[in-house]
Design a protein around this ligand. Structure first.
Ligand SMILES: [Zn+2]
Length: 172
């Protein structure tokens, strides 16, 4: 597998297959590098992880609100737990340029973003908390399909919140 010079980081969405290890009772020890999973080849799954790439610290949380049976869906409480685990690890990171997180990558929007007019597209309260506590420069999400309309960028505190469906080129 050839590693590209431009890293492709991603989080799974609610229509993606289960990418986590089958044994969910197993908790990886600190510093454990996950073995490659069945995700897209050459890309880096950052679901529930914090990575440093190209001088940026990037954290990811995949999945949507649970609205039907299937993988990569969570209740608000389950996502809060996932976000809390990420937050604990983030707090141990050194501050760089006045912050501990540069970019938050999620599949669903933060709930304060005002996206998602129906229950399946509701945002996660946990993402609002992460953004307000770590004020990343940028929070990008998908899940809410604008169907041709251009979604305006939103702001939570000092963080730009951008719906990147289907593709967006952003400079930070
Ligand atoms: Zn989705």
């Amino acid at each position: 597998m050839t590693r590209l010079n431009v890293p492709l980081l991603y989080v799974p969405g609610n229509h993606d297959p289960e990418l986590r290890p089958i044994d969910i009772t197993w908790t990886p020890p600190p510093g454990f590098i996950e073995p490659p999973t069945a995700g897209p080849e050459g890309c880096i799954n950052i679901d529930g992880r914090i990575v440093e790439e190209s001088g940026l610290r990037v954290a990811g949380l995949g999945g949507s609100i649970r609205y039907k049976p299937g993988p990569n869906q969570y209740s608000q409480g389950q996502m809060s737990w996932r976000a809390m685990k990420l937050e604990i690890r983030m707090r141990l990171k050194p501050v760089r340029d006045g912050r501990k997180l540069d970019v938050l990558v999620t599949h669903s929007p933060p709930s304060a973003a005002g996206e998602g007019q129906d229950p399946a597209h509701a945002g996660f309260v946990a993402f609002d908390r992460l953004i307000r506590r770590f004020h990343p420069v940028l929070a990008v999400h998908g899940h809410v399909h604008p169907y041709g309309r251009v979604r305006p960028e939103r702001q939570i505190g000092t963080t730009r919140v951008v719906n990147v469906v289907a593709t967006r080129l952003l400079e930070i």
